[in-house]
Ligand binder design. Structure first.
Ligand code: ANZ
Ligand code: ZN
Length: 876
């Protein structure tokens, strides 16, 4: 037989699927709906192996569910706004739109060669006005519903690039691109009030039982709920700045109140500012802390530093006990009240601080089994549970009881007309700042008027479109220095007014695209209520697949957005957009380093020398060092281009290798040997099928229940059941292993038939098993499956349109059973016997076992207890 030629075969079948519109999904189709979605790509230029892995997995699910009778939605689009387009515009003088659309065209072509069963009629690009006009509408609806707020925020300002930077873009206090020292600026910005849904976002996590545990925990920590007390400390009058009388702190450990040794406030705390008015050295310290940047990471790693303000507070339970108030660099202004009481015995940061400034350290909770007198804290704070000590009336209590006791007592004390303590639930989650001083994003549809303030752009003026004629010659935001774009009339009073020149964070674009896919043709509204969710709707997405790097932001924002869409009537009832979530591992590869830096796998020749792998440069034999296996990245040059693989081996080989080598949640190591192996298997299947096709022409497939064919039928039905379950559980590599197993059984069977062995029932069984095999490889290697199906006669047209066969339950049962055999209640061995063996037969076989006879020492047993299909117990 001829070798299977992927290069001619793959485009042929892709055309055949297209011609039959097999993957175009109708919203009104009555079959049960199944929505499978992979995280849509950013059109950076070309697809990479990570995409190949992600989309292959999604495609297996889509094709499998389709074969199982579902109306499957499997769409694709482009997360098309973002900074790289602007950088390209600046560096290469291309328009961001042209750059983006060119990349989309390239990548779409690449995706098509992969043979994905996508409904391209629903394609969307977030940079198209036909998409972002609806986003602008929703922004305005959210605003009207109180879910949007404009407020001043401290931002990292890069004075050279003239833009706001995210915390992650500030490195050692400098802008990541410009290297200029970053300034803290107060800017008025737009926020989505995600914190108004903190509790709901937290509670919802409990319902997501088809999400990875680790992602739920990450979101939980990010939302960061804690239960504590707002606790007000009176200032010692003789030390208080004019007009100040108390300091309010937030604490989750009021039980440790007798271990308090100092107070600390953030540099931006009003009390710090007040104290600095009369203390220039303090003012200088505050300035220095401010310049450090506000990123949580910096604060956590930086050395703890403070400055004693000279102010003292009075302990709530002892009016003769006063404590100093410091300004400290580890206290954040935007959490709690921006002030803490420090308890060095039980908080590491407080301990570091106390040790540095010579403040007292009094442990107030001791571990079980340790003497209070002997318990000391010096270098390591004690954070665990235990018993209260050194705490007067709290001594002997658990910390929980002490918490409640302190809370109750101080709730009853009135200072300044209010209770001294109040229980408070606090979330770490911050509101979502969406303003970006960028061009290539969705314009914020707001007009600023000197008289009317911020005015929404009227519906009939949407979309606010980005101007095309922009220049990137100047630093800063091109929208802002465009000669005409921002000048407009106030929709309310008609006077000259300015457009908002900020655009939305690109995470907004990806927070609702999954909803848009359900009816991308709706020109007048973001969604169509009949299709988006509910009885005939698509949401929630049945299976979402993507990288774990989106565990927090994208997935949390989407959950918020869905709730906000519900509040504004853009979905009916759904709150959780993704019912099932799967996060796949990365594609990794060896690295290679030559004398002048990293080199690509394509430039390297690998040989075995004395049992060791040695690398050299293909071109001239220069020795190359083999480096560690790492995520494929341009910087390490360990990238394999999917185009090259598809051109030399075909898409099916790439798909098969991606699925076969490791569990999908783990990293997969891309190796040439692995790809070769996958390719050999493609050829092997093809040889098997083409050989069988002529041998079994005219044979009707049927299961055999006796004779040589019976084993074949049992294996085939077992594998059919197993592979289906594997795909349902996304255990693709296990499914692959079963397909190998079935092939190993079928190869000799077909060879035997070739030598003339086997009766009609045997042939029918082999034929059926082969058909199963072809249908089963369909989701994974769809082109090869079509070629094989056609070779076998092409019954019912394309294999992509076939139903998943139904396994026969009687054939998948194991017909043997292994009993654990106990002697006097202790397991001593096993007995494997026909499943339908009766009690007498089991007893006889058990008593005949060597180890049983030895134990009985030739005497008759007192009793033999047999629990069918469970256990045998011999009582001696
Ligand atoms: C006294 C105390 C004693 C604390 C102790 C901890 C341990 P979570 O659980 O994350 O909510 N804290 C409060 N506001 C802060 C701020 N703006 N910046 C830095 N730290 C702040 O953490 C709550 C705890 O973090 C609070 O409880 C407070 O320190 C500190 F043995 O109060 B604790
Ligand atoms: Zn006006």
């Amino acid at each position: 037989t001829e070798r299977y030629n992927a290069r001619t075969s793959e485009p042929k079948w892709q055309k055949a699927w297209d011609a039959e519109k097999l993957f175009e999904t109708k919203n009104d189709d009555p079959r049960p709906k199944y929505y499978v979605l992979e995280m849509f790509p950013y059109p950076s230029g070309r697809i990479h192996m990570g995409h190949v892995r992600n989309y292959t997995m999604g495609d297996v699910v889509a094709r499998f569910r389709r074969a199982n009778g579902c109306n499957v939605l499997h769409p694709m689009g482009w997360d098309a706004f973002g900074l790289p387009a602007e950088n390209a515009a600046r560096d290469n003088k291309v328009n961001p739109r042209d750059w983006t659309h060119a990349n989309i065209a390239t990548m779409k072509g690449q995706l098509k060669t992969m043979g994905l069963s996508l409904d391209w009629t629903r394609e969307i690009a977030t940079c198209d006005p036909s998409y972002y006009r609806h986003q602008q509408k929703m922004f305005l609806d959210f605003w009207q519903s109180g879910l949007v707020e404009r407020k001043a925020a401290k931002v990292n300002w890069d004075p050279v690039d003239m833009t706001v930077l995210a915390n992650e873009q500030v490195i050692d206090g400098r802008g990541w691109r410009s290297g200029a020292p970053v300034e803290q600026r107060d800017l008025t910005q737009w926020f989505f009030k995600i914190t108004s849904m903190s509790q709901s976002l937290l509670d919802g996590l409990d319902t997501l039982d088809r999400w990875p545990e680790k992602v739920r925990i990450m979101q939980q920590n990010w939302i960061g709920r804690s239960e504590g007390l707002l606790l007000r400390w009176a200032l010692a009058e003789d030390t208080a700045p004019a007009g100040e009388s108390e300091l309010e702190v937030y604490t989750t450990r009021p039980d440790t109140i007798f271990g308090a040794s100092f107070m600390a406030v953030a540099a931006d705390h009003p009390l710090a500012r007040k104290a600095a008015e009369t203390n220039p050295r303090l003012a200088a310290f505050i300035d220095e802390v401010r310049h450090m940047g506000t990123s949580v990471a910096t604060l956590e790693t930086a050395e703890k530093r403070g400055f004693d303000t000279g102010i003292r507070v009075i302990h709530p339970f002892d009016k003769n006990w006063t404590l100093p108030v410091y300004v400290a660099n580890f206290v954040l202004m935007d959490y709690g009240t921006g002030a803490i009481f420090g308890c060095p015995g039980h908080d590491q940061r407080d301990l570091d601080f106390a040790n540095k400034y010579g403040l007292p350290v009094t442990p107030v909770v001791k571990p079980e089994g340790v003497d209070a007198a002997n318990f000391q804290v010096t270098e390591e704070a004690y954070g665990d549970d235990g018993t209260m000590i050194n705490s007067r009336f709290l001594d002997g209590m658990t910390p929980d009881a002490a918490f409640n006791d302190v809370a109750t007592r101080l709730a009853g004390v009135i200072i300044g007309g209010r209770p001294q303590a109040e229980r408070k639930v606090q979330f770490r989650l911050r509101d979502w700042l969406i303003s970006r001083q960028r061009y290539w994003g969705c314009p914020i549809p707001v007009i600023h008027c000197d008289d009317c303030g911020a005015v929404p752009v009227p519906n009939d003026q949407l979309p606010v479109e980005l101007p095309v004629d922009v220049s990137f010659d100047k630093p800063g935001n091109p929208l802002d220095h465009h000669p005409t774009w921002k000048h407009t009339a106030c929709p309310k009073c008609g006077k000259p007014a300015r457009r908002d020149t900020d655009t939305m964070d690109t995470f907004v674009d990806s927070s609702w695209y999954f909803a848009r896919f359900t009816d991308p043709w709706n020109a007048t509204a973001p969604t169509t209520l009949a299709y988006v969710d509910g009885k005939n709707g698509w949401l929630p997405v049945s299976q979402y697949i993507g990288g774990v790097e989106h565990a927090i932001l994208h997935l949390l924002y989407s959950r918020f957005f869905t709730r906000a869409m519900k509040a504004t009537g853009h979905v009916n009832a759904v709150e959780e957009p993704f019912e099932g979530l799967f996060t796949q591992g990365m594609v990794v590869h060896e690295t290679y380093k030559g004398p002048s830096g990293w080199v690509t796998p394509a430039e390297v020749k690998i040989e075995e020398v004395d049992g060791k792998r040695k690398a050299s440069l293909l071109a001239d034999g220069t020795p190359i060092a083999i480096g560690p296996i790492e995520k494929m990245s341009k910087s390490k040059k360990n990238v394999v281009d999917p185009d090259d693989i598809i051109a030399s081996y075909g898409a099916d080989t790439a798909r098969w290798f991606m699925l076969s080598d490791s569990p999908p949640e783990r990293d997969v190591i891309w190796t040439e040997a692995g790809v070769e192996g996958a390719h050999r298997f493609v050829q092997r299947i093809w040889r098997l099928i083409s050989e069988a096709a002529s041998l079994l022409e005219g044979v009707e497939p049927a299961a055999a229940d006796a004779g040589a064919g019976a084993t074949i039928s049992q294996t085939a039905h077992k594998m059919l059941k197993g592979v289906g379950e594997d795909i349902e559980r996304l255990h693709f590599n296990k499914g692959v292993a079963r397909i190998y197993e079935l092939t190993n059984v079928l190869s000799p069977a077909v060879a035997e038939i070739g030598t003339g062995v086997g009766d009609a029932s045997h042939k029918a069984a082999v034929r059926q098993a082969l058909e199963f095999l072809v249908v089963m490889i369909g989701p994974m290697m769809p082109h090869l499956a079509e070629e094989c199906w056609a070779a076998l006669g092409g019954k019912g047209g394309l294999v992509a349109a076939q139903s998943w066969p139904i396994f026969d339950p009687t054939l998948v049962m194991d017909n043997e059973f292994t009993y654990p055999v106990q002697i006097n209640g202790k397991k001593r061995g096993d007995l494997t016997i026909a499943r339908d063996a009766d009690q007498a037969a089991v007893e006889k076989a058990a008593l005949g076992l060597d180890f049983v006879q030895k134990a009985l020492e030739d005497r008759a047993p007192r009793k033999v207890i047999i629990v069918p299909q469970r256990i045998v117990n011999v009582v001696a």
